[in-house]
Design a protein around this ligand. Structure first.
Ligand code: FES
Length: 107
């Protein structure tokens, strides 16, 4: 996990609603936003281990869910729970964060 205090993303660089990979190399992290809800998860889909965003970083977010671009599994942004598709009941692995001074920071 990123050490506490690590800046993962500037809020201004996050689409709303949407998501983007974090600027953090040791672990792939995806930061997601839907209004006031900001969450981060390990950027690995539990279905087949692919990233949850496209190679460009574009992330498919709709109505509070992030959709894996590879086979369409969907996950609730707020909880990381799987809500449809081939990932079964396996949810996303959370990376605890807070928003502080316009930045998404690891806890
Ligand atoms: S890798 Fe995400 S749905 Fe298959």
């Amino acid at each position: 996990m990123p050490p506490p205090g690590t800046v993962l993303k500037r809020l201004a660089d996050l689409p709303d609603p949407g998501g983007a990979p974090a600027e953090y190399e040791p672990l792939p992290v995806l930061v997601l936003r839907a209004g006031d809800v900001v969450r981060a998860y390990v950027n690995v889909c539990p279905h087949a281990g692919r990233p949850l965003c496209l190679p460009s970083g574009r992330t498919l977010v709709s109505e509070g869910h992030v959709v894996c671009p590879f086979h369409g599994a969907s996950f609730d942004i707020e909880s990381g729970a799987c809500t449809g598709g081939p990932a079964g009941r396996t949810g996303l692995k959370p990376v605890p964060v807070k928003v502080e001074a316009g930045k998404v920071v690891a806890l």
